[in-house]
Design a protein around this ligand. Structure first.
Ligand SMILES: [Zn+2]
Ligand SMILES: [Zn+2]
Length: 296
């Protein structure tokens, strides 16, 4: 099988999969996870994990629930803004003129500014498009990018906190952290099948393993964002290797988070004006605007 055949059969599989599993279904499942999965996990932590050490209503219990709520509610506030703020801004229409660096979008049949890309799920061109976020069923673009980053940071803080509790919760229920118990963490299903652990111990291990998976995923999300901002690229530009818009790490950060970037990390309801209008962007010294006109 040569390379062309391989890529043809891969395209075939992708086309068949996307018919069986439309992008909208993926969005609905991911959104349901945010709306129902996170509150469920919160109830497990407050009702099952924390009471192992702290009586409900004691200072130790209340402080831990307070921090979890503070980070969790800030996450949901950012999620709300991510979904409701148009990534193309308040005047969301694409300009009708053709300017330097613009490219014609054949799907929208309009002229799209530099850094904008067409989203096949949202079915429109998105200003400074980063990626399509299935969790919010929206595109992350120029005007809602700050909410995505602050949201990712706060959910990461929540999961880091929860993971540290779940680690000790699991070991205490497995009878202590011993090297001889380690295999039960890596193969809890086998340990349960052969009756080395009870259903309760299996559940405690499953709570830890699932929170570790979520933690690794959130770390990837946040890490990838910070890495791309450092390079002055959106996720799309990273894939296309567009380097024309890197104006320095600090300026890149403020371009995404706005002039009052510090406040954006505290609450999404603080105003933090953006210097760019989503249509024109400063380019790196020596780079040309035409370096940006690669498309997917
Ligand atoms: Zn388009
Ligand atoms: Zn989209």
């Amino acid at each position: 099988m040569d390379l062309q055949d391989k890529s043809d059969s891969l395209n075939d599989v992708t086309a068949r999969l996307s018919k069986m599993w439309p992008k909208q279904t993926q969005d609905q499942l991911a959104t349901a996870l945010v709306l129902f999965g996170i509150p469920f996990a919160f109830l497990v932590e407050c009702g099952v994990v924390l009471p192992q050490w702290y009586a409900v209503g004691s200072d130790g219990y209340n402080w831990r629930v307070f921090w979890l709520l503070a980070f969790g509610l800030t996450f949901y506030a950012n999620f709300y803004k991510l979904v409701t703020v148009n990534p193309n801004g308040p005047n969301a229409d694409l300009p009708s003129v053709m300017r330097p660096g613009f490219k014609y979008c054949h799907t929208c049949q309009l002229n799209a500014p530099p850094r904008s890309h067409h989203c096949p799920v949202c079915e429109k061109c998105i200003f400074k498009r980063d990626h399509h976020c299935s969790f919010g069923a929206v595109c992350v673009g120029h005007f809602n990018h700050r909410y995505f980053i602050a949201g990712a940071l706060h959910i990461w803080l929540c999961v880091a906190l929860v993971l540290s509790w779940n680690w000790w919760f699991m070991w205490e229920n497995l009878g202590g952290m011993r090297p001889t118990n380690l295999w039960m963490v890596f193969m809890p299903h086998l340990a349960f099948m052969f009756r080395f652990v009870t259903l309760w111990q299996f559940t405690c291990t499953a709570i830890f393993v699932s929170s570790t998976t979520v933690f690794l995923f959130c770390s990837y999300l946040l890490g990838a964002q910070i890495f791309c901002i450092y390079l002055g690229q959106t996720r799309v530009e990273f894939l296309l290797n567009v380097r024309a818009f890197n104006i320095g790490a600090w300026a890149n950060w403020k371009q995404v988070m706005g002039r009052r970037w510090f406040l954006t990390l505290l609450s999404p309801f603080f105003n933090s004006p953006l210097d760019c209008d989503g249509i024109s962007f400063p380019v790196k010294e020596g780079a040309s605007i035409h370096d940006s006109t690669k498309s997917m």
